[in-house]
Ligand binder design. Structure first.
Ligand code: KG4
Ligand code: ZN
Length: 403
């Protein structure tokens, strides 16, 4: 079966087309088409994501991305002229569904009715969590496509996408630049550590599709802390990759700097629960920088490294405790912060020290927001019989993964 997936929860507009089939007793997924437009350069000026701007950009970019994936997948077939001119009754419906997304409405009506209905079985769309104005664009687009082509829509949780994409095994084949991955069978119970710009949580999965919150941040998300500390250090948005680069420079320069003038606190590392807190560490960096007055590039790399060391120690320690507490057999990492090389390495070391534990880390290109992850989570939902109602489906900014 073929799933079209749409992601617009934050500042990446993404669309993909995935084919799912059985392969040697396992499910295999082929990426027929994948397109992503990152709005980072647009939001940089504001030092963070500006929701109404994100909404406008999604509205502008969805159709071009859709066109690109249909072309890549070989599913873009234009109708013959005489058929195209016939007035479609559902056009009025589409106008209403997209009435708040002016640019998208215009491009949709120019492009979609010119196509033969592609052989797509379902449309998976992120309906939360995320920035509500941004989510609405994807949700409305999915509703419009579902209505126009009469294809079922599957509302999908963004965080479940981050979990699902971590379960892709190594490539099993590659044809026409369309890689095929097998979906890994997970040993349950599994524990997921989700670290992104909006979330930091430890979630227990007793079985597939079942989520229980074990711990979460009480203030800033980890990615947010990276972004805020970067801003204090005068680095551009998003801060995660910037901090990571500088921290690596410092590790090269001072391989043994376990003791530093710039050591930072490890908030809540000894607390009995599985919660996190990252806002104190950001404030500590702020005070440190205010006291120093002139932050040279050498001091900058030291602080970046100390920050990365401190937060990594906290997440490793809490995850280890949660693994012991829950008896999880698999550890799944998900979210944009998993792009961080030092954090990845630290979890690989942790897994090596815990015999029997299976570690699932997504490849770096799948860590930050993309539509592939939504397609995979959407597939599992589709198979579980979940369908959205185009009349009632809505964006849910605070959607939770666990009940
Ligand atoms: O999952 P994601 O793409 O979007 C959300 O769902 O929030 O995560 C984005 C977050 C940003 O805060 C960004 O700074 C962080 O992931 N990030 C990183 C790295 N790459 C992205 N944090 C640390 N190290 C990185 N290399
Ligand atoms: Zn995300």
């Amino acid at each position: 079966m073929i799933i079209l997936s749409i992601e617009t929860s934050c500042d990446e507009t993404a669309v993909s087309l995935l084919k799912f089939e059985g392969l040697a007793g396992k499910t295999a997924v082929t990426i027929l088409g994948n397109a992503l437009f990152s709005q980072v350069d647009i939001h940089k000026e504001y030092g963070g994501v500006f929701p109404m701007l994100a909404k406008r950009e999604h509205s502008k970019n969805l159709i071009p991305l859709m066109k690109k994936v249909l072309e890549e997948a070989g599913l873009e077939n234009t109708k013959k002229q005489e058929v195209r001119n016939k007035r479609d009754a559902s056009i009025e419906n589409i106008k209403t569904i997209l009435e708040k997304e002016f640019e998208l409405q215009k491009q949709f009506l120019e492009y979609i009715p010119s196509l033969e209905k592609p052989s797509i079985d379902a449309i998976a769309v992120t309906h939360g969590p995320g920035l509500e104005p941004a989510l609405w664009v994807g949700v409305s687009f999915a509703k419009a496509l579902s209505t126009f082509w009469d294809i079922p829509v599957v509302p999908t949780n963004h965080m479940e996408g981050h979990v699902a994409v971590a379960l892709l095994e190594e490539k099993v084949s590659e044809q026409k630049n369309q890689p095929t991955f097998a979906i890994k069978e997970v040993a349950y119970p599994a524990l997921a550590l989700l670290i992104s710009g909006g979330h930091t949580e430890l979630v227990l999965m007793p079985s597939a599709g079942e989520y229980q919150l074990v711990g979460q941040t009480r203030d800033d998300a980890l990615g947010e802390a990276f972004d805020k500390v970067a801003r204090v250090l005068g680095l551009p948005y998003p801060g995660g990759p910037e901090i990571s680069k500088l921290a690596q420079e410092d590790r090269k320069k001072r391989p043994d700097a376990t003791v530093s003038k710039y050591t930072l606190p490890r908030p809540m590392i000894h607390s009995k629960d599985f919660d996190f807190s990252f806002s104190g560490i950001k404030t500590a960096v702020l005070y440190m920088v205010q006291k120093i007055q002139t932050v040279t590039s050498d001091i900058q790399i030291q602080i970046a490294r100390q920050f990365e060391d401190a937060v990594t120690e906290v997440i490793i320690s809490k995850t280890k405790k949660a693994l012991e507490h829950t008896g999880a057999q698999t550890l799944i990492l998900g979210g944009g912060v998993v792009a961080n090389t030092y954090i990845r390495k630290s979890f690989e070391n942790l897994a090596e020290s815990l015999p029997g534990l299976k570690l699932q880390i997504p490849r770096i290109s799948h860590t930050t927001d993309n539509a592939i992850m939504i397609g995979i989570a959407g597939y599992h939902r589709y198979m579980a019989g979940i369908r959205g109602d185009t009349n009632t489906m809505r964006a849910e900014g605070n959607l939770k993964l666990s009940k």
